[in-house]
Design a protein around this ligand. Structure first.
Ligand code: NAP
Length: 292
């Protein structure tokens, strides 16, 4: 088993982003800005938002944080988003999910201006991604793509792992991870198999593939019964257990296999935040008519 060094790739990318932000400040006098919205006090969400703010400030992105009360209504959230849409200092808006009190997530996300939708969850951005025929087109058109899937593709490219012509199985069909990663893999010419909780023979499906991307949120669910040698595994799962964080893959069980795998923590997580920074710059550049 080879643990893929996602942390190093993520650190290098953040260093590059920091240089680009410094250059932007120098040449335009402007500072790219990211607004974060946290509703309530979900401990995991608090940690994620804090990490996102810290990472943004470390590369020189200006942050605007808004913490809404646990009882904030859809109207409260949408009104705040509308104000941020109008704020010229804000290039990206991140609404931390999940929302408490069954607030309608999609209605809130739909209020974000598509040009500031750095999580890539607005229907316009999802539509643009789904309509894209190639990876090159996605890059050239500066489409705002959800951060975790974008980070996964970036990681695979940087590690020199071939996607074109390979078979990739995705476990989990969420709007945040499963569906957009399927689109990105297709755009990179993989043959994609989407699976979910109703899939029959998941083990056999996974054993006949080159790449497995798991995003189910079940600690150590994927063991050696699912994996054959020479598979690349991207473990998106972040599961809190009494013994700390772990992914969807049982690392101990697969450790003797000839596989490459991203660790949890330290794998896809940091890449996700790095791509949020990248998307904020993308939104800034697009607004200001600048090239990367
Ligand atoms: P989600 O919305 O809860 O979706 C989970 C998906 O997994 C669903 O499609 C579900 O199938 C499927 N599933 C559940 N049990 C399954 C099983 N036994 N076999 C096959 N499929 C199964 O989750 P999400 O938002 O995509 O997140 C998934 C995990 O990734 C979580 O642990 C989350 O914390 C983590 N995550 C990490 C990052 C990061 O930055 N690293 C970012 C986002 C999410 P059905 O649709 O049939 O119910």
């Amino acid at each position: 088993m080879e643990l893929l060094n996602a942390k190093k790739i993520s650190d290098n990318k953040r260093a590059e982003i920091k240089e680009r932000v410094a250059k932007i400040k120098q040449t335009t006098g402007k500072i790219p800005g990211l607004a974060t919205i946290l509703v309530g006090k979900n401990p995991a969400s608090q940690v994620y938002v804090k990490s996102k703010i810290k990472a943004s400030e470390n590369v020189g992105i200006k942050t605007f944080h808004h913490n809404l009360d646990n009882n904030a209504s859809k109207k409260d959230i949408v009104n705040l988003i509308k104000k941020l849409n109008e704020n010229s200092e804000v290039d990206g808006i991140l609404l931390q999910l999940p929302l408490p009190n069954n607030n309608d997530v999609q209605d809130c996300v739909n209020a974000i201006a598509p040009s500031k939708d750095v999580d890539g969850l607005h229907p316009i951005n999802i539509g643009l991604l789904n309509l894209s025929k190639s990876w090159i087109e996605i890059i050239k058109k500066n489409i705002l793509v959800p951060c975790t899937p974008l980070g996964i593709i970036y990681l695979l490219h940087k590690l020199g792992i071939t996607i074109e012509g390979k078979t990739a199985v995705i476990i989990g069909r969420s709007n945040l991870v499963g569906k957009p990663i399927a689109m990105l893999l297709l755009a990179n010419n993989a043959t994609v198999i989407m699976t979910h909780s109703k899939t029959k023979n998941l083990k056999e499906v996974c054993r006949n593939t080159d790449i497995v991307i798991t995003a189910i949120g079940k600690p150590r669910f994927i063991n050696r019964d699912f994996i054959k040698d020479r598979t690349t595994i991207i473990d998106v799962g972040i599961n809190r257990t009494p013994n700390g964080l772990c992914g969807d893959v049982d690392l101990n069980d697969v450790k003797d296999l000839d596989i490459k795998i991203t660790p949890v923590p330290g794998g896809v997580g940091p890449m996700t935040i790095t791509m949020l920074l990248e998307n904020t710059l993308k939104a800034f550049n697009k607004k200001n008519g600048l090239k990367k």
